[in-house]
Design a protein around this ligand. Structure first.
Ligand SMILES: Nc1ncnc2c1ncn2[C@@H]1O[C@H](COP(=O)(O)OP(=O)(O)O)[C@@H](O)[C@H]1O
Ligand SMILES: [Mg+2]
Length: 329
């Protein structure tokens, strides 16, 4: 097995050397397939695992992708190796917001036609993006073989990054739940709108009390996964000022304390700023386009806060351990 893997790696190396600087799309299909086969057979890299943060929301359009992209920029500026995984399988659009042209997506990886190395893109601001697949609407419904393949690819990612940010879809569907429950931390984004607040609480509830809302959920309880529920942070986006952010957080925290018996952490607030919308239209992260705005400063504060929280040790470290438990579920 090892000999075969080494031979495959050598062969892939030769093909790559023969085509210096060739972009992944122009590589012969056989090279991508061989690389994939070599990766699947080779031993796993040393277990220096990345921290994982799922950026999620109950309601769509609250700013998950905007926050994910700009948080990636801010964490990269702190010197972290950041990978942003676009896991919004319904409306994947990290690539659009970063003005990138994907050569392949998660769907190609799940189908075994490409690896993460083939599809990963360098984004402005110094981080990497794994483009999402709008066609893969329900990851939970993928055949076991495809889920295993994604998990194996993610394991490599985990050893090759300091932080993995996961931009999830909105709502309480099984795919969103899978990514949130697998991540070590989740950053729940909401606006002060009552519908966004109630949907944010509903999402937190599905992750902290899965059986209460979905009798068919796949159990990720500590016994099954060897992992606790993700540490939960709440960010209030598009608010008027700090006072409104605190007030909205206070309401969500009170509901969590009362009904779920835990208090989420306050991740801060981002004000509603037309320059954020302008940057989205220009397809540039607003932290790069308008670095001197209150929103950009808020994002850098958030990055510092999460970076500090992520350096606190957690026993259940490891996205893949948790994903694997979910897949076995
Ligand atoms: N702080 C903000 N100020 C102004 N507009 C914002 C802010 N955050 C997000 N937006 C706008 O909200 C829209 C939806 O954001 P997006 O990140 O795509 O949401 P989601 O990923 O949750 O669906 C975008 O057009 C963006 O310009
Ligand atoms: Mg989005």
């Amino acid at each position: 097995m090892i000999d075969q893997a080494n031979a495959l790696r050598e062969l892939v190396g030769q093909i790559d050397q023969g085509r210096p600087g060739a972009p992944p799309t122009h590589r012969p299909e056989s090279a991508a397939a061989l690389r994939l086969a070599a990766e699947e057979m080779s031993p796993m890299p040393a277990p220096r695992l990345a921290r994982s943060i799922a950026i999620t929301s109950g309601k769509g359009g609250v700013g998950k992708t905007t926050v994910s992209v700009n948080l990636a920029v801010a964490l990269a500026r702190l010197g972290r190796r950041v990978v942003l995984l676009d896991a919004d399988l319904g409306t994947a659009n990290v690539d659009v917001m970063c003005n990138l042209m994907p050569t392949g997506t998660l769907a190609h990886v799940a189908a075994g036609r490409m690896s993460f190395d083939d599809i990963v893109l360098d984004a402005p601001g110094g981080f990497r993006v794994i483009p999402g697949a709008s066609g893969l609407s329900n990851i939970a419904a993928l055949p076991r073989e495809q889920l295993d393949r994604l998990a194996a690819q993610m394991q490599r990612l985990e050893a090759d990054a300091d932080v993995i940010l996961i931009d999830t879809g909105a709502g309480v569907g099984p795919s969103v739940h899978a990514f949130c429950a697998a991540a070590e931390r989740m950053l729940v984004v909401t606006t002060p709108e009552p519908t966004a607040i109630t949907d944010a609480y509903a999402l937190v509830k599905t992750v902290h009390r899965p059986g209460a809302t979905d009798p068919n959920h796949r159990d990720l309880s500590p016994d099954r996964a060897g992992a606790a529920v993700p540490e939960t942070h709440v960010l209030i986006n598009q608010c008027r000022d700090a006072a409104e952010g605190r007030e909205v957080y206070g309401r969500i925290a009170a509901a969590c304390r009362h009904f779920l018996d835990f208090t989420p952490r306050f991740a801060g607030h981002l004000v509603l700023d037309p320059r954020v919308q302008r940057a989205v239209r220009l397809r540039r992260p607003f932290t790069l386009e308008s670095p001197n705005t209150a929103a950009a400063r808020g994002l850098h504060q958030l990055a510092h806060r999460l970076d500090r929280a992520a350096s606190e040790p957690r026993e259940d470290h490891g996205l893949i351990r948790r994903m694997a438990a979910w897949i076995r579920g």
